[in-house]
Design a protein around this ligand. Structure first.
Ligand code: ADP
Length: 397
């Protein structure tokens, strides 16, 4: 019996899921929040139970110990030896990591050195990896990179039209994100369509709080909407997505609360998107409730959001010169029939048609009509499962 933990560490949080492998059975999951702050909260879900506890957790090392002790306390495992692998989601793998990798000291230093590309995330990943190394020294650690799936993009897609030295000297290029999700749903799409992924062109739309669209040709990412950072692309929950970069110095000059470029980027990341336009919420459910109640700002927020999604999806029909399927995934993509309807209704020229009886809340699989030339699918994403599978695969090596 071997158990694998999939870890998603943020600067003050640790999200985890415990699997029985290779059965791929989820035994427990949990979230430790407010690490390093007062009143940290650890929540554990297992076998229909949910246990929550407020404690002071000073760092990731302590969080890992609490997580492991909870597994024993709730009798989810009998001892630490049952855990044979830990998979870590890592946001930035730069150009170094093209696939999931067993982590040794060299890899830790490389992930740390890539912190400039993900200043909030990579240091947190390193803290979590070090914590597991200390608490479970015998156990294999594997890194699964958000950027790895996108390392197949051609230079014409990943380079920005800026002076070459910015790339050669400063690593300025598109890295993309959500790669594990785009990989998983494009593979699953091939199963639904009954064809090898190598023979398919798929546009994958990961629409959650963050939004990214990817053009997948023969199972490989050839273009994606997130860029040097996850700020680029369509409009998101709190992120602006693409804007004219000349706005940045203009806003610094005009708005007293925006002291410098970093302050503007912070506002573009945290106060923009659906939240910025509606003035109320970043949650699509609130936006839809708002426009149903006749709120003008919520209506504009919804219309802008759909407009940007349509533009990116249309672009990728161009990049791929046609596609076999459009896949919706993540919080909004999986759950919001109105968003899917508004997007597809505006793109029927590309040969997509939704079946209104299939495009409902809870839908999974094909939601297009039998005659739809381009199939439209809803596929729940499962990044943790990809992480657990990669640990299992690399352990076997
Ligand atoms: P993240 O990008 O943080 O992983 P998720 O993929 O979980 O986020 O997506 C979260 C978002 O999904 C919420 O902010 C909310 O807007 C949206 N969402 C969840 N359920 C629904 C629903 N039934 N209808 C519309 N939007 C939904």
């Amino acid at each position: 019996m071997s158990k694998t933990i999939a870890i998603n560490a943020g600067s003050s949080s640790l999200k985890w899921q415990l699997y029985n492998m290779p059965e791929e059975e989820v035994l427990a999951s949990g979230l430790i929040e407010r690490i390093g702050l007062k009143d940290s909260v650890s929540t554990v879900k297992f076998a229909g139970n949910k246990e929550s506890e407020t404690l002071d957790i000073h760092d990731h090392h302590q969080a890992v110990k609490i997580l492991l002790d909870d597994l024993i306390r709730f009798e989810i495992i009998a001892n630490y030896d049952e855990i044979t692998g830990v998979g870590h989601r890592v946001v930035a793998g730069g150009e170094i990591f093209k696939e999931s990798t067993i982590i040794g000291e060299k890899e830790i230093l490389e992930i740390e050195a890539l912190s400039a590309l993900a200043p909030l995330h990579n240091p947190a990943h390193v803290a979590a990896i070090r914590a597991f190394e200390e608490v479970l020294p015998e156990v294999l650690n594997v890194a699964v990179f958000d950027t790895a799936f996108h390392t197949t993009m051609p230079a014409k897609a990943y380079r920005y039209p800026v002076p070459k030295a910015y790339y050669t000297e400063n690593q300025v290029r598109k890295y993309g994100a959500h790669g594990t999700s785009h990989f998983y749903v494009s593979q699953e799409a091939a199963k639904y369509l009954g064809k090898p992924v190598e023979e398919l062109k798929v546009i994958t739309a990961h629409i959650g709080n963050g939004v990214s669209i990817t053009a997948v040709d023969g199972g490989k990412s050839v273009d994606t909407s997130m860029g040097f950072t996850p700020l680029a692309g369509p409009m998101m929950g709190t992120r602006s997505g693409d804007i004219d970069p000349a706005l940045i110095p203009y806003l610094v000059a005009e708005r007293p609360e925006l002291a410098d470029a970093a302050a503007v980027v912070n506002a573009l990341n945290k106060e923009s998107g659906l939240l910025g336009i509606s003035g109320k919420s970043s949650d699509m459910r609130d936006i839809i409730a708002g426009y149903e109640a006749g709120d003008e700002d919520a209506t504009l927020a919804f219309d802008m959001y759909i407009d940007r999604l349509k533009k990116y999806i249309s672009q990728y029909f161009g990049v791929l010169n046609g596609a076999d399927a459009l896949v919706f995934t993540a919080g909004v993509g999986e759950n919001s029939a109105p968003v899917r309807q508004a997007v597809v209704e505006g793109l029927t020229w590309f040969g997509m048609e939704l079946d209104p009886e299939k495009n409902v809340f809870g839908a999974v699989g094909e939601i297009s009509t039998v005659d739809s030339k381009v199939k439209v699918l809803v596929i729940p994403t499962d990044e943790e499962l990809v992480i657990a599978r990669d640990v299992e695969r690399l352990k076997a090596k």
